[in-house]
Ligand binder design. Sequence first.
Ligand code: MG
Length: 170
Amino acid sequence: MYSNKVMDMLKVQVNKEFYAAYLYLDMANFYADKNLDGFANWFYVQAQEELDHAMLISKYLLNNGIRPELEAIAKPDKEFKELIDPLEAALEHEKYVTKCIHEIYDAAMAEKDYRSKQLLDWFVLEQNEEEANADSLLQKMKMIGSGGQVFILDAQLAQRKHEPPSFDFD
Ligand code: MG
């Protein structure tokens, strides 16, 4: 048995994951516009991961006989000036998503929704990785500043490839 309250929160989370994808696409466009195609690639891959998250939760809802409701996705409204700005914003956003996941986790525990807790266990660890990745990139950029080494980092970030999530439904 699942908790309706938890399922409703997961429905909202689907939209938040789509929004995150939108936000990262906007960041990718910011860098692509500056011919930093490696940074853009890193954020395109990041956006694909967010779509994976949205689809994972959607599949889980469907497996429980619940149809996800696709809502309008808000316009990304963050202003970026310096090259480091999206990196700061990305880490901040991942911390926000972690908070959202933990709130759903709290509800799953309170409602004894063990099935949803198992799904959320994966997301808790995934958020750990998301924050670590965003922080790592931010720290590298802080070391570099805005000098020519940006192009070395850009070349490294161009190597990132999208990988399917470590957990998925059949
Ligand atoms: Mg996500």
